[in-house]
Design a protein around this ligand. Sequence first.
Ligand SMILES: *[C@@H]1O[C@H](CO)[C@@H](O)[C@H](O)[C@H]1NC(C)=O
Ligand SMILES: *[C@@H]1O[C@H](CO)[C@@H](O)[C@H](O)[C@H]1NC(C)=O
Ligand SMILES: *[C@@H]1O[C@H](CO)[C@@H](O)[C@H](O)[C@H]1NC(C)=O
Ligand SMILES: *[C@@H]1O[C@H](CO)[C@@H](O)[C@H](O)[C@H]1NC(C)=O
Ligand SMILES: [Zn+2]
Ligand SMILES: [Zn+2]
Length: 496
Amino acid sequence: MPRHGVSPGQGHRRSGLEQESDRTRGSPRLRLLWMGLPLIMALVLWAPAGAHPLPVQSQHVGRLVPQLRDAFGWWNLTCPVCKSLFTAIDFGLKKESGVEWVGSIATKLCKLLKIAPPAVCQSTVQLFEDDVVEVWTRSVLSPSEACGLLLGSTCGHWDVFSSWNISLPAVPKPAPQPPKPPAPGAPVSRILFLTDLHWDHDYLEGTDPDCENPLCCRQDSGLPPASRPGAGYWGEYSKCDLPLRTLESLLSGLGPAGPFDMVYWTGDIPAHNIWHQSRQDQLRALTTVTALVKKFLGPVPVYPAVGNHESTPVNGFPPPFIEGNHSSSWLYEAMAKAWESWLSPEALHTLRIGGFYALSPRPGLRLISLNMNFCSRENFWLLINSTDPAGQLQWLVGELQAAEDRGDKVHIIGHIPPGHCLKSWSWNYYRIVARYENTLAGQFFGHTHVDEFEVFYDEETLSRPLSVAFLAPSATTYIGLNPVSPPSLQVTGSTK
Ligand SMILES: *[C@@H]1O[C@H](CO)[C@@H](O)[C@H](O)[C@H]1NC(C)=O
Ligand SMILES: *[C@@H]1O[C@H](CO)[C@@H](O)[C@H](O)[C@H]1NC(C)=O
Ligand SMILES: *[C@@H]1O[C@H](CO)[C@@H](O)[C@H](O)[C@H]1NC(C)=O
Ligand SMILES: *[C@@H]1O[C@H](CO)[C@@H](O)[C@H](O)[C@H]1NC(C)=O
Ligand SMILES: [Zn+2]
Ligand SMILES: [Zn+2]
């Protein structure tokens, strides 16, 4: 299991901020609202009169359930009645008027609880309501799940976020080989590690860096009072992302650190204005920044991973069993096109299906890029089915076993670090890391915006460190951070 640490000596305001954990998830309170709203609605509609109103913000789902059960017990609900009730509810919710009704409740709650400024509440809800209602009716509010929760397992099965295990091959684990420092004069390969660029198309110098919206320093932020300076030319130590010129400057200044053999680019290209992002906005960020990276790195191959901000609504990454317009194909297709010159045909194939891939940048090294949105606690699509989404971990096991058989080493890149995932996903991942400790030579993630690492320990004693994941600091200053020039790490023994 991983433990966290912060590398010493990073520039000002970086270390010490890690307790704030994950600054990139949008508003956690907004997430609570979306997750809790079905239960709140159930209470509002069916709780017996006289039940005291709930302090919604601090309520946890786990404490709501017994109260819901009481309410339903009071109604003497039988299983068939419960199921037809939820069938009817789902039918109503799926209609356009149902979605609007949920949206208006969510908007009212958001304003009432002052989760965000009214305009932000309004547009966030509009952006999310369709997908969220679609997900609810297929998960928490589906007859089987809801009645299983309320009336027990004789009536249905509540398996939202239930635990699961991938299977490991029968091949016995080779004896652990601690990594050895390379011999003097051994070949060195230089890899540039870029993450969390977060380009803000609407960044505007002079605007208010401390506005009331979740993202400032932009056209809609207004001007600061005369007593405070406005947003800087290059960026700002505030809740602001970066103008393109700063990313251009970062990339054009890389010369002395190179030349690079390859680049690991672990996602989050668009800005944090998550309350009004269209698919076109996200694709513009993808193509603009990809073109910029190509311009400055030329022929150097770049291996990207999919971040949680690439989609809209943010964190919304339906697994491949969701088809049609709700699916992520608008995004993965565009990525496959933008990144075609960097990736192999086989890699482009799995990228199009699930946003992950594997390829061999050089003999002896396999690179695996994971779509960590399938591990994410913020990815509301996983309410429908969180069991190894897209079969990605089982696929990873296959890749690692094949690499072990060949005697190759493996690097894993991804966006959200494995210690920040849904429990079952993380535990399965730790098991895989422990099984393939000899093969896995490096892990590289982003998302937290600070310079950190996660250490993995053996499963038997939880005391023998066996792997480490490096989390690189963000290019963006969001929130109040130094814009970073990529750190330099030495990862030894990366090929045979
Ligand atoms: C629920 O059922 C019990 C026993 O079957 C009965 O005594 C009680 O009055 C019922 N409650 C309601 C609200 O119908
Ligand atoms: C997964 O494996 C663990 C440990 O081997 C076990 O305790 C747990 O019951 C398993 N879960 C499922 C759903 O099979
Ligand atoms: C697909 O969904 C997007 C985003 O919700 C929407 O803008 C677009 O109109 C939809 N396209 C079709 C063909 O329904
Ligand atoms: C969830 O997905 C897993 C893996 O794809 C599948 O085996 C399982 O049947 C699914 N569960 C449900 C309830 O659909
Ligand atoms: Zn980020
Ligand atoms: Zn992120």
